[in-house]
Design a protein around this ligand. Structure first.
Ligand code: B1M
Length: 213
């Protein structure tokens, strides 16, 4: 669809001013928010990531793309969050220590809120101790961790290990995700669930909520 391609292209050119009117236009044309997110904003960001990987573009371009992504997410956010739903439980989320990537984590938070969970977002660069302390303080049923760098993924294991050491793993579950993370890695470190994308993150947390009762 032409409008989705235009949105994706705005991310590639870092044109954050052009994104909101295009997203509004796409909505007016009857496209659902999830399609605009997946096939417009995320598709554009994927191209940016690939071009960055092969050194066709550089860090400032990626930053501009992130700004354009957020300009679009601002419009979609209220549409993705349904209001007035009673809480299905609390979930603590964050990007792990050393990791400043927060777009995917924020999307996971938006979708969890939309599914009726209360979300305590610790932001980015969050260490194991802080994750566990926040989950205890808020009586959370799960900790959701996001990592975009292979170098920061080990923090996820630290959280899992800390929960085990404090004998909390029965009542505080873990779910992990992010581009370099896989189901295999989740199994390897003993995380309770893995989400390939934000929709799977919601499905995973729902299952965990059932498991902890
Ligand atoms: Co960076 N970066 N970046 N970056 N960046 C990547 C991750 C990279 C793959 C790019 C590349 O080389 N192709 C690469 C990592 C390589 C590696 O580790 N193997 C990389 C690098 C190297 C770096 C720096 C080191 C660059 C440098 O400084 N030389 C640096 C590190 C900074 C740091 O964190 N300490 C850096 C910096 C940045 C910016 C700040 C410029 C910016 C981030 C801005 C921001 O987040 N506010 C940025 C961006 C934008 C990217 C790419 C291009 C896009 C990431 C993104 O937002 N994608 C990325 C390339 C890529 O991933 N293709 C790249 C869109 C987002 C919706 O997807 O976050 O994957 P994602 O979330 C998905 C799923 O993964 C899942 O759901 C979401 C979709 O529904 N998901 C979960 C995410 N979290 C989940 C949690 C769950 C479940 C599912 O459960 C709890």
């Amino acid at each position: 669809m032409k409008i989705l391609k235009q949105i994706a292209q705005c991310l590639e050119t870092g044109d954050d001013a052009a994104v909101p009117p295009l997203v509004s236009q796409a909505l007016a044309e009857g496209l659902v928010p999830k399609t605009i997110l997946d096939e417009g904003l995320i598709a554009g960001m994927n191209t940016v990531g690939e071009r960055f990987r092969i050194h066709e573009i550089f860090l400032p371009d990626v930053l501009m793309a992130a700004r354009a992504m957020y300009a679009g997410m601002d419009i979609l956010k209220p549409l993705l969050i349904r209001s007035g739903i009673s809480s299905r439980g609390r979930v603590v989320i964050g990007s792990v220590q050393g990791d400043l990537h927060d777009i995917g984590k924020n999307l996971v938070g938006i979708m969890l809120k939309g599914a009726g969970f209360e979300v305590i977002d610790l932001g980015n660069d969050v260490g194991a101790e802080k994750f566990v302390a926040a989950a205890k303080d808020h009586g959370a049923l799960a900790i959701g961790m996001s990592a975009l760098l292979t170098t920061t993924m080990p923090v996820m294991k630290e959280v899992v290990d800390r929960l085990k050491a404090e004998k909390l793993s029965d009542r505080i579950k873990t779910i992990i995700g992010g581009a370099p993370v896989s189901k295999g890695y989740a199994d390897e470190i003993g995380a309770d669930a893995y989400g390939y994308d934000c929709a799977q993150a919601v499905a995973g947390v729902k299952k965990l909520a059932e498991a902890v009762g």
